[in-house]
Design a protein around this ligand. Sequence first.
Ligand code: BG6
Length: 490
Amino acid sequence: TKEKKALFIIFGGTGDLANRKLYPSLYRLYKNGYLNEHFAVIGTARREWSDEYYREVVVSKVEDLADTKEQAEEFASHFYYQSHNVKDLEHYTTLKNLADRLDDKYQLEGNRMFYLAMSPNFFGIIAENIKEQQLITSTGFNRLIIEKPFGHDYQSALELNTHIRSSFEEDQIYRIDHYLGKEMVQNISTVRFGNQLIESMWNNQYINNIQVTLSESLGVEERGGYYDTSGALRDMVQNHVLQIVALLAMEPPSIMHDNEIRQEKIKALRALRLYSKDEVRLNFVRGQYGHSTVNGETLLGYCEEQNVAEDSQTETFVAGKLFIDNVRWSGVPIYIRTGKRLAEKGTQIDIEFKNIPHQLFQTENDEPLPPNVLSIFISPTEGFSLQLNAKKIGPGVKAEPIKLTSIRSAEETANNPEAYEKLILDCLNGDATNFTHWDEVASSWEFVDRIREAWDETTMEFPNYPSGSMGPIESMYLLKKDGFQWHWSP
Ligand code: BG6
């Protein structure tokens, strides 16, 4: 059967992530039969809630997905609430007793998923207490799922990791990067390694440059407090952007298994060129959005947002040029950019191929033909597009670019399992492919720290891009000075 037996202990059970993502995802797993009779959930947080109240909350979060209210209530009957102070040892004993009781009641075979969906300040202490107060079983699997951020630089990440590793082995730790749960991010490997046409050209002989854009139209919303201590570099580049870069750059693994794949990603990230301060200034651009009026609506500038310092130097936009220093990628620039309050929400990868060495054709206006471009649309559009050159209809031999495009229909994407649903199921299966290994986290921070350190030495004239634009003009020059331009524009 496909049913998985497990006890989930969710730290941060009353929080936003649990409500918005975890409960609905668990519900879908339930509806699809992955969770059935043999599962239970303990939600813990500081608040004093009763099981009854907790179950009502859970029902309200999953009702939309349920066929009937009874179905939602049946699901919620597996939920238990335990108020908890993460620093109080006695609370772990209470938690352990409840966990053991539920293990018996639902015959969970000692399988435990510890989900840390709360402030990262407590990750280390919780992991430590789980171990010391013997919540770890000897009969089943024990897995720790950790949300981001994993540290705020290399040193703090290392300390956190050391703390956690005193209780859990690396192969028991599942570090979430929700981008790895996205269907089209997972598709990068399929398209690369499933097609001779692509894989044989996937190197510096044929590729001119790679462009990765993670554009957001929203501002920081109510997350100013967190975001102002983070900024786009830590919030998006250290994790999501570099994970995508690793998937694009890695060597083919010998088999599609978590160990093999992650080893290849680690090697790719280790080959990232680490910049000197001068190189950072040449190769990286930062920005912060100012207020503006878009479609008659006045949007606040970043420094006017709630919980953001009035003179904040935090960047809400980053663009940069990266190099992977190995045989495959030598000399190929990888341009990345991400930002808030940009023109449109969209994540896209563009692979620009080199021009054919001897051009026989021109466009109608006698221009040289544009390069072939493979575009991978991650979200909200999901699909691929390959730009080729073909004959223009009519007399003569003029050419024009055409696109072979495959976009997933709204119907297809609506039935996609959510990122969190897939990731939780992977974790239940013990498959760590779509979670970040410590060595990946470490290399990513080492790369990002160099940029941060260079930036912290100078003060910027912020804001430097209006809401609704595609970021500061310097992010266009970054490519222009190499003779390229961004392929994606809204
Ligand atoms: C999160 C960041 O990791 O990713 C947010 O903290 C960002 O700032 C979000 O908005 C973007 O995710 P998605 O899936 O909406 O592209």
